[in-house]
Design a protein. Structure first.
Length: 155
């Protein structure tokens, strides 16, 4: 296996508010804390509420927007010769609202959402209290390691 890639596809409407270097750091920190030993590939897409609403309805049957969705691929990409974990799709509009509501920068909220999405791709979930506590604990650790002080109770 070779070095994976972390690709960012950002809607041009949001390109000026997306700190790619910080999002890359969030992915790498999540891989580290999540025990990833290889260098998998992922794609992070940043779009608008309509994109997330459409995907949420199509894949989860929920007719409303959301902040982040993770689509697990979990296969080896023969072209890249690496493991492809999947795609993370984030609504920049939701990130902006949540950042404003919680009193931190949009870039910080985007980092949190990337961490959240990567953890889902690594098999973490918040569907039970025990699993939620585990996921929130690792999210808090990663946020602290990145120097961010964000309340994640609502994620």
């Amino acid at each position: 296996m070779t070095q994976g890639s972390i690709d960012f596809l950002v809607d041009e409407d949001f390109s000026n508010v997306v700190p790619r270097d910080k999002l890359l750091a969030a992915v790498e920190a999540t891989f580290l804390e999540g025990g990833v030993l290889d260098s998998p590939s992922i794609t992070v897409m940043i779009g608008d509420d309509e994109k997330l609403k459409d995907l949420n309805l199509r894949y989860r049957g929920i007719d409303k927007t959301t902040d982040v969705l993770a689509f697990d691929a979990g296969f080896d990409d023969p072209d890249l010769e690496t493991r492809y974990l999947g795609d993370i799709v984030i609504s920049c509009q939701q990130a902006q609202k949540q950042a404003e509501n919680h009193g931190h920068a949009v870039g910080d909220e985007l980092q949190l959402l990337v961490i959240h999405g990567v953890l889902h791709l690594l098999g973490f979930d918040h569907d039970t209290d025990v699993r939620k506590d585990e996921m929130w604990s690792i999210q808090n650790l990663i946020l602290t390691n990145l120097g961010l002080d964000i309340n994640i109770e609502d994620k």
